[in-house]
Design a protein around this ligand. Structure first.
Ligand SMILES: Cc1cc2nc3c(=O)[nH]c(=O)nc-3n(C[C@H](O)[C@H](O)[C@H](O)COP(=O)(O)OP(=O)(O)OC[C@H]3O[C@@H](n4cnc5c(N)ncnc54)[C@H](O)[C@@H]3O)c2cc1C
Length: 344
């Protein structure tokens, strides 16, 4: 397939508008490149907006404490000052080279196929994070019946939990943060986790233990009861097998997400450590002109360090190297921003 809208070609397209893609879009605009951002979700922000918009983040430089949703707002403002093209609710499905296509006089040219359109671009930065968000589900009767009717995998509307009896299931950041957060407005929050200890930031765990959340370790969810809405749940102690029934209105299942690169797996990209796109120190993939940055990218033989701040840095590295490739005699080093006019 070749693109029939080559005149719409941009210099650089980011697949994924999470924090990495947003900062990359800003950086590319700063360097004078034309930019497009594509994201499958209806809003930019990636995991921050979809998974923990209310959480206070403590490890972003320049912000001693910042709510995830506010950080995304600032990133968006910073990126949008260069007027990138924003394509939301569009899932990238395919990536093909157009280097030798008729009508494409550019030696570097790609086309991205989404479920809505075809996007020609000179360079691509894949900032797709953990890929498509696919929550891990539990194999228990009637779970499906209550999905979207009391059982949530993402919390989008905190108000829906206000005054409710809430069961949170899980032991990671999402479970810990949301249990603490919801306990401020819910009637009662119970957190169950099948193991001892939580895999979350230490400060978040401290906040959890200081909150009114009823914490039950070594417990698992066995059944959900009710009519058209949830009325109670059965949980069991996984060491003794003892079961308890608790009156409940809502359940937040925070068991994590399946890392699913989805269609990206078929793009001819080399991967490493099972789910990561393999990059070198310039954030280049094995495909010329295609870069990856953020949670989706990993250098071979390195340990993953999936943080917002590492994504920012990787986005800057990818963009500056892409610039040097796209612009004749373009330098990787951008100079310092204080030496140029920045629109505010
Ligand atoms: C509960 C929780 C708390 C956290 N707390 C912190 C913290 O305090 N500090 C910290 O530094 N990090 C924290 N993290 C980690 C941080 O959120 C990630 O490192 C960061 O979001 C990675 O950003 P990203 O832009 O690379 O990917 P993501 O945020 O995952 O964004 C990727 C985007 O790509 C889109 N996408 C994926 N596939 C496609 C496709 N095929 N087509 C179109 N769009 C696509 C997705 O919809 C998504 O919007 C936390 C994570 C969680 C889950």
């Amino acid at each position: 397939m070749t693109s029939d809208n080559l005149q719409d070609k941009v210099d650089i397209t980011f697949i994924g508008a999470g924090p990495t893609g947003l900062f990359g879009a800003f950086y590319a605009g700063l360097r004078g490149l034309s930019v497009k951002l594509i994201d499958a979700l209806p809003q930019p922000g990636g995991q921050l907006r979809a998974l923990y918009p209310e959480k206070t983040i403590l490890d972003v430089p320049g912000f001693p404490a910042v709510k995830a949703d506010n950080l995304v707002g600032e990133l968006q403002k910073q990126a949008l000052q260069w007027n990138p093209i924003l394509c939301l609710e569009e899932r990238a499905l395919g990536l093909s080279p157009l280097h030798n296509a008729v009508g494409c006089d550019d030696p570097l040219c790609w086309e991205i196929q989404t479920d809505r359109a075809i996007h020609p671009t000179r360079a691509v930065v894949i900032t797709a994070g953990i890929g498509a968000f696919e929550p891990i589900r539990l194999d228990i009767p009637s779970l499906k019946k209550y999905e979207g009717r009391g059982v949530d995998y993402f919390i989008q509307d905190v108000d829906a939990y206000s005054g409710a009896r809430v069961l949170v299931v899980g032991g990671g950041d999402s479970a810990v943060d949301w249990a603490t957060n919801l306990s401020r407005t819910a009637e009662h929050v119970t957190l169950i986790h099948r193991r001892d200890g939580f895999r979350a930031f230490e400060s978040s765990v401290r906040d959890l233990y200081a909150s009114p959340v009823d914490i039950k370790t070594h417990y698992e969810l066995k059944a959900i009861h009710g009519s058209d809405h949830i009325e109670s749940v059965t949980i069991s102690q996984n060491k003794t097998g003892e079961e308890e029934t608790l009156q409940m209105d809502r359940i937040y299942l925070a068991l994590g997400f399946k890392a699913n690169l989805g269609a990206l797996k078929n793009w001819g990209l080399e991967t490493t450590n099972q789910r990561y796109i393999k990059v070198n120190a310039r954030m280049e993939t094995n495909l010329e002109g295609v870069y990856a940055a953020g949670d989706i990218a990993l250098e071979e033989d390195q340990d993953p360090l999936n943080l917002i701040v590492t994504g920012f840095s990787e986005a800057a590295v990818a963009v500056n190297h892409a610039y040097a490739r796209l612009v004749e005699e373009g330098s990787v080093f951008p100079g310092h921003t204080s030496s140029r006019a920045v629109p505010l």
